[in-house]
Design a protein. Structure first.
Length: 602
């Protein structure tokens, strides 16, 4: 069984218990109770100091995201589209809280570790521990800045007795970014190039360099940089190139097989990772599996048509889709299904499950396929006098089998688990992987006029995806201008990082909610069994003769209700501070786009 070296240690609970223990017994006796637990003793014990730092790490490192429903990647149940996506916004409904729990803990750690005796911790270990803490402080502050813009900068432990000092005004966004970069530079200088096996998963120099590149890329992007200040882009380019070069020197790079990134642990693409294992730190994958093949929560992250069509073909050319021709031209319809199912790039098959192909679970009898496709059924109450019924309803004898889009996420899915133990998944979550750092570098290269470097990155990404170079050697890339390459990066990131919690950030930082709004509703495609056609559960839609039994039907609104329509407001890019926070501190000012006076662009 794999050992997880960085456990989410419950040290905060231990520390709380320590604080509650009486510090004196008989006050009139000259007696020292050596068995009493004292908070100060933590800093006299390397194991306890390490536990404190591990608690910070364990509480802050991101886990598997299941949030495709928050953008145009996927959906959960019908009617699950949030109000923000529909343009129904207000400070009351969308206000976010400023939480400083982690910052407070990190500041306390940094203040105390500075005074730890060299007899307890060597100066090198102290430096490395401080470096990790500084990384996490930068991580937390960047999350806040990406949400609000500038926030109160608190860099030292606060004194609760001095109430006035607790109310800190917001610093400018530029000041916060300067501090984040200073913390990261200090972390980079302090952290080792790589950790030994026993400490694998801790933040190292490469992870800190990669994150610095990301911070600078965001700060150069239109959300923070509407004037397109080229100095910011140049700094982003230099930081990301330095990160790529350093990581390559450490043996990092693109893993040859895209689908193995989440199956081959500790592979060369992993830069920052949350290690999962059973039984001490499992990941419950029930939510992303279809209802008959899971327990409890189900049918989340069902891919939408824009994502399904975004994956290129094996030759690099884009999928062609015309809803009108799909309905009117049988030959076009047949070709669309063929192009959809066959000869897509490797990322499609590693990320998306299509009904009528092998679903990765031992729950199904050997040789059978899971058929999350559809058939027509008479229904007088439905428009047209019929409704679509999932073939999985027949196959698995369930009322709802195929969700609503008919497709499912399989990226990272543990294919060894049956539905009874789906909560025991041990698939590591890779928060930062080399492909992201590489694409940050390429994106910045394009913005500083280095189009050849930017295109080469796209070629490398596509080559790893199994796309053929073609006679032109361009891997299907047609963009030649800066604007065209910019669009190509947005499209490539959509598929490369599908369901990896990148899409919403990309849309925000590039101020491109128009991409989502133009799709209107959450759209889908149904493969519907033709009248009179029959299938066996061993049939595979990859077989041409099986495909001919189906027709593709465009579903304009998977939610089935016109109120669920993308209508993102393009005048709001930063979130508001919650009314609760504003009422608690008169020092805080609301963002200007939400009726306040604070300018997050300064």
């Amino acid at each position: 069984m794999r050992k997880r070296y960085l456990k989410n240690l419950p040290f905060s609970l231990l520390f709380a218990a320590i604080m509650m223990v009486p510090q004196a017994c008989e006050p009139n006796l000259d007696y020292e109770n050596t068995n009493a637990i004292n908070p100060d003793n933590v800093w006299n014990d390397e194991k306890l100091i390490t536990a404190f730092l591990s608690d910070i790490h364990g509480n802050m490192i991101p886990s598997w995201p299941v949030n495709g429903n928050s953008s145009d990647e996927g959906m959960n149940a019908p009617g699950s589209m949030g109000t923000y996506l529909r343009g129904v916004i207000s400070v009351t409904s969308d206000g976010q809280n400023l939480v400083y729990t982690n910052i407070d803990k990190i500041n306390f750690f940094l203040a105390r570790i500075a005074d730890v005796s060299p007899a307890i911790l060597s100066e090198e270990k102290k430096k490395q521990m401080a470096g990790q803490a500084l990384f996490w402080r930068a991580w937390d502050y960047f999350g806040k800045v990406a949400t609000f813009g500038g926030v109160p900068l608190i860099l030292k432990p606060q004194d609760p007795a001095d109430k006035e000092s607790l109310f800190v005004p917001r610093s400018k966004t530029s000041e916060c970014v300067t501090q984040i970069l200073a913390d990261l530079d200090a972390a980079i200088a302090a952290l080792p190039d790589q950790w030994d096996n026993a400490n694998y998963g801790r933040i190292d120099k490469g992870a800190a360099m990669a994150f610095k590149g990301k911070v600078l890329l965001w700060y150069a992007s239109p959300m923070f940089n509407p004037s397109n200040d080229q100095v910011r882009w140049q700094k982003a380019y230099e930081a990301n190139k330095a990160a790529v070069d350093f990581l390559k020197a450490q043996g990092k790079g693109l893993l040859e097989a895209y689908g193995q990134i989440w199956k081959q642990e500790r592979n060369k693409e992993v830069i920052m990772v949350n290690q999962f294992s059973y039984p001490d730190h499992p990941f419950n994958q029930a939510g992303i599996r279809p209802q008959p093949l899971t327990q409890g929560d189900a049918n989340k992250n069902q891919p939408l048509l824009p994502l399904l069509n975004a994956y290129p073909k094996k030759d690099g050319s884009p999928m062609q889709f015309d809803a009108a021709k799909l309905a009117a031209d049988p030959a076009y319809n047949e070709q669309y299904i063929t192009d959809f199912v066959t000869n897509r790039d490797d990322r499609f098959y590693a990320t998306i499950f299509t009904g009528g192909t092998p679903y990765p679970t031992p729950d199904l009898p050997t040789g059978t396929r899971y058929w999350s496709a559809w058939r027509k059924a008479a229904d007088a109450s439905s428009p047209g006098g019929f409704k679509y019924v999932s073939l999985a309803s027949d196959q698995k004898s369930v009322t709802i089998g195929a969700g609503v889009s008919g497709f499912f996420q399989i990226k990272g899915l543990d294919n060894t688990l049956t539905s009874t133990v789906i909560g025991n998944a041990a698939t590591d979550w890779v928060e930062i992987r080399f492909a992201e750092v590489l694409m940050h570098y390429g994106e910045a290269a394009n913005e500083v006029g280095k189009q050849e470097e930017a295109i080469q990155v796209l070629k490398d990404i596509r080559a790893r995806a199994g796309i053929t170079p073609g006679t032109s050697g361009k891997y299907g890339i047609t963009a030649t201008t800066q604007a065209g390459i910019r669009e190509a990066y947005l499209a490539e990131r959509f598929v490369e990082f599908a369901f990896e919690n990148k899409r919403w950030g990309d849309l925000r930082r590039w101020k491109r909610f128009d991409i989502v709004n133009k799709t209107g509703f959450r759209q889908g495609i149904y493969f519907v069994l033709k009248d009179g056609a029959k299938i066996e559960w061993t049939d595979d839609i990859s077989d041409a003769s099986v495909r001919k039994k189906f027709t593709a039907v465009f579903i304009e609104n998977l939610d089935g209700d016109p109120q669920y329509k993308f209508n993102l407001d393009t005048n709001h890019w930063f979130y508001p501070i919650s009314q609760t926070n504003l009422e608690a501190s008169s020092a805080l000012k609301q963002n200007a786009e939400w009726g306040g006076t604070f300018n997050p662009l300064e």
